[in-house]
Design a protein around this ligand. Structure first.
Ligand SMILES: Nc1ncnc2c1ncn2[C@@H]1O[C@H](COP(=O)(O)OP(=O)(O)OP(=O)(O)O)[C@@H](O)[C@H]1O
Ligand SMILES: [Mn+2]
Length: 478
C-alpha cells in the first residue's frame, strides 16, 4: 500500500493520482462488507487540503456478505454510522480541523530538485494530506475479506487479512474490555494487548504530527464467516471450537464477551503463537462479531526491506535486573556517542517516540524499525502499540527517560505539544474528535491533560538545566 507513497516527499504537493498507489487502491472496483452504509466519512483532516470527503463510488459496489449480527454491537455500528452522517453534513471535529490547519502543521518544505530524490531525508511514513488516506481507511474498514491467515512470529496472535484487490491488513483481535485497566502489579510484559490501543495510537501519532504509524481502523469481524470459513491456514482452523456458552474456558476479564451468550453457539479460536495462543487466551465472538484492529500492511519485506533496531532505552524484561539506563545517570552521553545516535536526527526521533509512548503509557517499546532503503536518515516506524493505553489513572514517568536524560527535543514536536495544551487545540479534545472518525467510535481512551502537562514540565526542567550549561535545547526545525 505504501510502496509509492514511501518514495515521495511528505510535504510536497500530492502527486498526480495516476502515480499514487493509495488512490489506485481507492479506484479499484471493490465489494463492501456492509450494504447501505452511508458514503465515506468526513475527511476532517483532509477537508480543504484536497482530500475527498466521501468514498469513490466504485468501492461501494456489491454486497456479498451478510450484515453483522444485531444487538449491542449492531447498535454500536449504527451509532457510528449516524455519527459519520452528521459529520459529512459539515458538523463536528472543529478542533482537529483547526489543529491540522494550523501553520505549524503545514510548514513549507524547501523545493526538491529531481536529483534530490534519493538523498532526501524521510521524516514520515505517509502524508496527512494525501487525498487517498481517507479512502484507504474506509476500505480497511469495509472491504470484503477474502483470506485470513496467521502471521507467524512474536508473542501475540495476528492475522494477515487479504482483500479482493490484493491489499492486505494486519488484524489484531479484541482481547479484553476497553475499559479494563492494567493491574499495577502486573509486570509490563505480561500485559495483554489491546486492539483499541492499536487504533488510538494511530490517531495520537497523527495528532502529534508524526505520521509514523501505518493507518489503523477498528472493525467488527464475523469470526465464523470472515475467518473460520475462509481461512486456508489449517493450523489456525484447528484452533476453532465452540464455547460451552458461558465463557467458562476464558479468563475472567474475557468472560463478559461470552457471558450473555448462553443460548448462542459461540465460535472461539486461539491460533498458534509462542505465548498467548492457548485456550486460556481464546478469542471469542459475541456471538460471532468480534472487534478488531486492522492496520494497513507495509510493503512486503522483499520489496521494502526493514531494519529492526533495539531501543537503547529498552526495559530489561527481567524481574530482577535493571536496564543500564535505569542505573547510569550519564547514559545519554554514551548513547549520543554511539552510531546512529551520534548524527542526524536519530536521537530526537527516538525522543519523539518516547513522548508518544509516554502519552499512551506504552512501556513495551523494545525495538523500532526503519526502511533500509532510506538509510540512517529516516523516520522510525512506531509498530506494535498493543500494550499502550492500559493505564489511565497513573502516569509512568520513566517512559520519558530519553527526554529527561538527553534534554533534547525536536523543535516541531515541542511546538506541537505547546499547541496541544491550548484550549482551542486541547489534546484530549482533538483525540476524541479524531477517534470519533473510527467505526468503533466507542474506542475513546481519555488522555488526561495532566499527562501532556508532564511532558511539558520535563521539557521546562531541561530548559532550565541547559540554560545553566549554555546549550541549545532543541534540534533544528524538522
Ligand atoms: N502494519 C504492518 N505491516 C507489516 N508488518 C507489520 C505491521 N505491523 C507490524 N508488522 C510486523 O509484524 C511483526 C509483529 O508485529 P507486532 O510486533 O505487532 O506483534 P506482537 O506479537 O505484538 O509482537 P511482540 O511479541 O513483540 O509484542 C513485527 O515485527 C513487524 O515487523
Ligand atoms: Mn506486541
Amino acid at each position: 500500500l505504501f510502496s509509492l507513497s514511501l518514495s515521495r516527499t511528505p510535504c510536497g504537493p500530492p502527486p498526480h493520482p495516476r502515480t499514487n498507489s493509495l488512490r489506485a487502491l481507492a479506484d479499484a472496483n471493490l465489494t463492501s462488507a456492509e450494504a447501505g452504509d452511508p458514503p465515506g466519512r468526513d475527511a476532517a483532516a483532509g477537508r480543504g487540503h484536497g482530500a475527498p470527503a466521501r468514498l469513490l463510488p466504485g468501492s461501494r459496489a456489491g454486497n456479498s456478505d451478510p450484515p453483522l449480527e444485531e444487538g449491542p454491537i449492531g447498535s454500536l455500528n449504527m451509532a457510528a454510522k449516524m455519527g459519520r452522517l452528521a459529520k459529512s453534513a459539515g458538523a463536528g471535529l472543529p478542533k482537529l480541523w483547526a489543529l491540522f490547519s494550523h501553520p505549524l502543521y503545514n510548514l513549507p518544505c524547501p523545493p526538491l530538485h529531481e536529483d534530490d530524490w534519493l538523498l532526501k531525508v524521510k521524516p514520515k511514513l505517509y502524508d496527512r494530506q494525501d487525498p487517498s488516506l481517507q479512502p484507504l481507511l474506509e476500505q480497511l474498514a469495509t472491504h470484503r475479506i477474502v483470506s485470513a491467515v496467521q502471521k507467524s512470529g512474536r508473542t501475540q496472535l495476528k492475522l494477515v487479512m487479504s482483500f479482493p484487490n490484493y491489499g492486505q491488513a494486519l488484524f489484531k483481535p479484541m482481547k479484553q474490555g476497553r475499559e479494563a485497566e492494567t493491574d499495577f502489579n502486573l509486570f509490563y510484559f505480561s500485559d495483554f494487548e489491546r486492539h483499541n490501543a492499536e487504533i488510538a495510537a494511530f490517531h495520537l501519532d497523527r495528532v502529534l504530527g508524526y505520521q509514523r504509524i501505518p493507518p489503523v481502523v477498528g472493525r467488527l469481524i464475523n469470526v465464523t464467516r470472515e475467518i473460520r470459513d475462509i481461512t486456508t491456514d489449517r493450523k489456525l482452523a484447528r484452533t476453532f471450537y465452540t464455547s460451552p456458552g458461558q465463557g467458562l474456558t476464558l479468563r475472567p476479564s474475557l468472560t463478559p464477551l461470552c457471558f450473555s451468550l448462553k443460548r448462542w453457539v459461540t465460535c472461539v479460536f486461539y491460533g498458534q503463537c509462542s505465548y498467548y495462543c492457548s485456550t486460556e487466551h481464546s478469542i471469542c465472538g459475541r456471538p460471532f462479531a468480534l472487534e478488531a484492529s486492522l492496520a494497513a500492511m507495509l510493503p512486503d519485506l522483499s520489496l521494502a526491506p526493514r531494519r529492526t533496531w533495539r531501543s537503547p532505552w529498552r526495559r530489561s524484561y527481567s524481574r530482577s535486573k535493571l536496564a543500564q539506563w535505569e542505573k547510569d545517570p550519564d547514559y545519554c552521553t554514551k548513547v549520543k556517542a554511539t552510531p546512529p545516535y551520534d548524527r542526524g536526527t536519530r536521537l530526537v526521533d527516538l525522543i519523539d517516540m518516547a513522548i508518544l509512548d509516554f502519552l499512551m503509557s506504552n512501556m513495551d517499546r523494545h525495538h523500532y524499525e526503519t526502511f533500509e532503503r532510506f538509510g540512517n536518515y529516516t523516520f522510525l516506524l512506531h509498530l506494535d502499540n498493543g500494550r499502550a493505553f492500559g493505564r489511565h489513572s497513573r502516569d509512568e514517568p520513566s517512559i520519558l527517560a530519553p527526554l529527561q536524560q538527553c534534554c533534547r527535543i525536536r523543535r516541531s514536536t515541542l511546538l506541537h505539544l505547546r499547541l496541544l495544551t491550548l484550549p482551542q487545540y486541547r489534546l484530549s479534545d482533538v483525540m476524541r474528535e479524531s477517534l470519533s472518525q473510527d467505526r468503533l467510535t466507542a474506542v475513546a481512551p481519555l488522555l488526561s491533560q495532566a499527562c501532556l502537562a508532564a511532558v511539558l514540565l520535563t521539557v521546562r526542567r531541561c530548559q532550565t538545566q541547559l540554560l545553566v550549561l549554555g546549550k541549545p535545547l532543541v534540534e533544528p526545525l524538522g
